[in-house]
Design a protein around this ligand. Sequence first.
Ligand SMILES: [Ca+2]
Ligand SMILES: [Ca+2]
Length: 212
Amino acid sequence: MSVLSSRRLFPSNLTINTRQAIFAAAAAVAFSASGAMAQNLLVNGSFENPLGSEWTRSGNVGRNSGSGLPFNTSDGSFAMNWNGGNTTPNGVLQQTFSTVPGTLYTLSFDFGKWEPGGAIGGSASLQVQVISGASTVLDQTVLASTGAALNWWQSYSFVFTATETSTLLRFSDQSNGTVNFDAALDNVSVIPSPSAAGLLGLAGLMASRRRR
Ligand SMILES: [Ca+2]
Ligand SMILES: [Ca+2]
């Protein structure tokens, strides 16, 4: 929508504040509509279904029921448990999804540490890699908070730009211990990010309304 066409939406007898309110409401609707269309590109990202071929898994990482413990979930009834019991922290979990080269995406997930005996174990951490084709476009390691008997879930978000049509998301357990704690992962999503051009255009439109 151009500024010129948007002006025609407003009858001339409306006050400027009313026009601004209408425009802000329209912008909010546009934003929420775009959000509703942004579906998670990952399959079974909250681990609510038994793991099939969508996730490739190796090492000590398994799916746990929140109701059956050993820990609560951050979303739904199931989450992934890393280095369960006193097993070696060597789990790897990955999923491939389709991407559009040059497009910006947002990866979000919840990560936490379950330490029923208190902060007497090591550090729970997870390496997060996104590999688009042969290019590593995201490589981060997150460290869980400590000091709570149940998971202290924390939400993380990262953005990356895909370079190929097929992109791999990989989580690898980097915890420096295992006794007295496990690491936990839940609620993983990848969605296309609002384009920078679109956001700038909307910001400019809002600014032009405010100046009037
Ligand atoms: Ca879940
Ligand atoms: Ca453990």
